[in-house]
Design a protein around this ligand. Structure first.
Ligand code: ACO
Length: 326
């Protein structure tokens, strides 16, 4: 693939409402100390009533378009990575396309859970590199607060809401040098929302069984995440033809500080090079990696000429990494 594909603009949005660990202590039997030491999370954002995934995505998209100095009419394609779509059908990307006012853009969702933004980025890259499209809007957006079980302390403390967006196109700014994607469907049961699809349609029984909420085997996911993310990171670094020490900034999926620490240790990269926001937002699934990238660039942690590594892991299981040169 010869034509360079990179980032024309970046933007993100997180809801105003902050839910602190201290407030969570009143919801489930937990403590600020337990949550911080086990996960690194201090607070998370919660979408307002009536504020849906497409609404968060819209605000992030508008910020990314402004950064790229483009209008919605310039977009050829919209990809929304999410595991919390506004509804099962139509796609959140189509709902966003109407809200944004981009009638000429093709639109679809990407279902790869927390790896969704990296998956979407790689998909968009193909369309631009082949010359099919010039401007692709890639979004990671989630309202996880509506699929977590607020009576289950082992999951509800981990997640938050937010959205991040990137306009990618033919540019050498943030040029995507290498990518690596993977999945393991044999471990699908480790992290899932069992009901609401055709396997278990909504029924009185499914609601009573709380089967529409996220279920997770945290310990197993933890181990798989460390292995999957570190291997994906090393593969992307190798494919980019650089050494781990040349990476200036690692932008990982922000699920848990202990997962991130273990991943960079295995990849031979010091923790000081990692951009972290898990303390402020918790795990925003598909939105995590892109929101962190937006903040890392905004705060000057990634500058022109730097190599940055994006790496993510999620339900599926899925994982993905890419090296970009800013
Ligand atoms: N507050 C207090 N105690 C709790 C809480 C809580 N919120 N949650 C669980 N506990 C208790 C458990 O009941 C258990 O008690 P027990 O020993 O009496 O049975 C004890 O704490 C220890 O539980 P563990 O599961 O052993 O704790 P662990 O150190 O493994 O941490 C955690 C749990 C944070 C969920 C961890 O396993 C983890 O982070 N896993 C990965 C989760 C993740 O990141 N998922 C998403 C990745 S993919 C994606 O983003 C979609």
């Amino acid at each position: 693939m010869s034509s360079p594909v990179g980032f024309l603009g970046l933007g993100f949005y997180v809801p105003e409402k902050i839910l602190t660990n201290a407030e969570l202590e009143k919801v489930v039997e937990t403590s600020d100390e337990w949550i911080r030491t086990r996960t690194g999370i201090s607070q998370r954002r919660i979408a307002a009533e009536g504020e849906n995934t497409s609404d968060l995505a819209l605000k992030a998209a508008q910020a990314a378009l402004a950064d790229a100095k483009l209008t919605p009419q310039d977009l050829d394609m919209i990809l929304v990575a999410t595991m919390t779509p506004d509804m099962p059908c139509p796609s959140t990307a189509c709902i966003l396309q109407a809200k944004l006012g981009a009638p000429q853009a093709a639109a679809m969702d990407v279902a790869a859970a927390c790896s969704g933004f990296v998956y979407g980025l790689v998909m968009g890259q193909q369309f631009v590199a082949c010359g099919t499209y010039r401007h692709v809007l890639v979004i990671g957006a989630e309202v996880l607060s509506r699929v977590v079980d607020w009576t289950d302390r082992s999951t509800c403390v981990l997640f938050g809401d937010g959205a991040g967006a990137a306009v990618i196109g033919p540019t050498t700014r943030g040029q995507i040098l290498s990518t690596h994607l993977g999945s393991d469907g044999t471990k699908a049961d480790l992290l899932k929302v069992p009901a609401g699809g055709v396997a278990q349609p909504a029924s009185v029984q499914s609601v009573e069984a709380r089967a529409h909420y996220l279920k997770m085997n945290g310990g197993e996911v933890f181990k798989c995440a460390v292995r999957g993310m570190s291997e994906a990171a090393l593969k992307a670094i190798e494919k980019a033809g650089i050494q781990p020490e040349q990476v200036k900034c690692v932008v990982p999926h922000q699920a848990n500080i202990r997962i991130i620490e273990a991943v960079v240790e295995r990849a031979g990269i010091p923790l000081e090079k990692v951009y972290l926001n898990v303390d402020r937002y918790g795990n925003m699934s598909a939105a995590s990696t892109i929101v962190a990238l937006c903040e890392a660039v905004k705060e000057g942690r990634i500058k022109k000429g730097d190599y940055a590594l994006l790496v993510a892991f999620g339900a599926g299981l899925t994982w993905g990494a890419c090296v970009v040169k800013w």
